[in-house]
Ligand binder design. Sequence first.
Ligand SMILES: [Zn+2]
Ligand SMILES: [Zn+2]
Length: 273
Amino acid sequence: MAALQLFLLGAVCLLSSSLALPLLQEAGGMKEPQWEQAQDYLKRFYFHGLKSKEVDSLETRLKEMQKFFGLPITGRLNSHLIEIMHKPRCGVPDVTEYSPLPSSPKWTSRVVTYRIVSYPFPTQNLSPVRVDQIVAKAFNLWSKEIPLHFKRLRLGIADIMIGFARGAHGDASPFDGPGNTLAHAFPPGPGLGGDAHFDKDEHWTDGSSLGINFLYVATHELGHSLGLDHSSDPNAVMYPTYEHVDSQNFKLGQDDIEGIQKLYGERSDSRKR
Ligand SMILES: [Zn+2]
Ligand SMILES: [Zn+2]
């Protein structure tokens, strides 16, 4: 009896998911909510990135995701992909919409200004003073490698406006509460360009306690603010998913350094070892 019920349940699951999404599923019981989550993830982070009228199907997006993470390109959802989809991550897409114009926006001035406009809640582990220090440290990690100088403003409009926000906060990418999307930032440009937003609902820390390491995420987001996209290199700070890191030994990866120097050139003074 129990075996029969299980069999019927399995048959119903298989039927409903195959109706919703033929082709994509590897053998095994994938449940409907997982499909919906996966579709949502693929729509947010993987545009088709194709030049012509090739069908913008979920299968194409799955292939883009598999390509990005260096996995076998099957166009089928499996547990490994679902595991990646559940990791906390940056809100910036990994593969963006195909654009006919090759563009790598960057700052053209050697002095780039920033301003920290808001902070996480004071009850959290990260005081405003620590936030200021960590943001300065994150900027320093980048400026050690390139001939840019970052200058902090206390008032007015800076090139890079940095803040903590919850839920919908005035751009097209609302935050989603604790976990999942941690932050996002915009490529260099006027207005929102260069700005970096952090989800106020995360448990931000300076790395000394459990939670999301703000130094890591700030360095990553400022990489976007300077014009970098996501990297497929798991050792790069610009890798899209979050892993816990030790703040003491935290540094840019070789891929990050090469990427940023491609945009701005190398720093020539004594600060560069
Ligand atoms: Zn990112
Ligand atoms: Zn935002």
